[in-house]
Design a protein around this ligand. Sequence first.
Ligand SMILES: CC(C)(COP(=O)(O)OP(=O)(O)OC[C@H]1O[C@@H](n2cnc3c(N)ncnc32)[C@H](O)[C@@H]1OP(=O)(O)O)[C@@H](O)C(=O)NCCC(=O)NCCS
Ligand SMILES: CC(=O)OP(=O)(O)O
Length: 324
Amino acid sequence: MELFASLTEKIKGKAIKIVFPEGTEPRILGAVARLQADGLVTPIVLGNEAEVTKVAADNNFDLSGVTVIDPATSADFDELVAAFVERRKGKNTEEQARKMLLDPNYFGTMLVYADKADGMVSGAVHPTGDTVRPALQIIKTKPGVSRTSGAFIMSKGDERYLFSDCAININPNAQELAEIAVASAETAELFDIEPRVAMLSFSTKGSAKGDEVAKVQEATKLAQAAAPQYKIDGELQFDASYVPVVANQKAPGSEVAGKATVFVFPELQSGNIGYKIAQRFGGFEAVGPILQGLNKPVSDLSRGANEEDVYKLAIITAAQTLMK
Ligand SMILES: CC(C)(COP(=O)(O)OP(=O)(O)OC[C@H]1O[C@@H](n2cnc3c(N)ncnc32)[C@H](O)[C@@H]1OP(=O)(O)O)[C@@H](O)C(=O)NCCC(=O)NCCS
Ligand SMILES: CC(=O)OP(=O)(O)O
């Protein structure tokens, strides 16, 4: 079944509450109106009610039935401040908390932490750091996961792949890269992609040398040892990972080369540039970044996202709430 058809089937009618902190952004409100009309999620929009209503009216969006919360006047504000101070014990004072929770990304994250929402979608107007930092500080990673990372589902026609880390870890070490690879294989399975994980490099099987190559070689070994149930191979250049004829020449006998479905980039420069090239030159649809390894789902849009991207990432975020 087509990815979004199967995900919408899973979430429909479950009233999964997704909070959208960027309540005066037309791309967000357009997606919210559609999600509400399609009965896919129960949206909570953050912002001054008069401003949200004006943007909706100016764009002919029907927000009937959508909850709008202004953090500054919310009846839950004091309770959330207290929960935040408790969570950030010793790291933030109550005075700081009162200022921080006026920031819609902090307030929205606290709604998720306090179980008043199930997930959050933000980042259409905020850069990634501002969107994800509250989640890293408050929601935190699941037991056994030390690093959150950001994956994209890349699809075109019948082709569907996962790219990571394209969003979070600027220069992961070998251990962190191994963890990203295993988390990516797990995420791929959640989205019905059979994981064959390529650990990408500018070298294939020792064709080049250097610290950067050694890091990917080490990460490959660590990931293979940590998750022997998955097919993980490296280090591979992109052509060796994707093109069967090149794979035969550069990495004969590999279970991954030439048929990879999960592409793990060695650091964030290549990951972020790589997904945008596939999206903008290659015509792939890029949905994400899907944050992997958090206790509860928080998703960060690219600021280049359109309304359809917001709609789809909200569906993915809602589906993540059902996955253990
Ligand atoms: C994500 C990012 C903002 C975190 O940076 P930061 O806020 O300076 O990070 P800090 O080291 O101050 O850590 C802040 C908190 O987050 C946690 N944290 C940081 N990175 C983390 C990660 N990858 N996974 C889990 N937790 C993380 C820290 O442990 C710390 O928690 P604490 O306050 O409870 O001790 C930073 O890594 C970044 O800018 N990444 C690139 C984002 C980007 O621009 N991507 C391109 C566009 S998508
Ligand atoms: C994922 C990403 O690159 O986000 P942005 O375009 O907002 O920097």
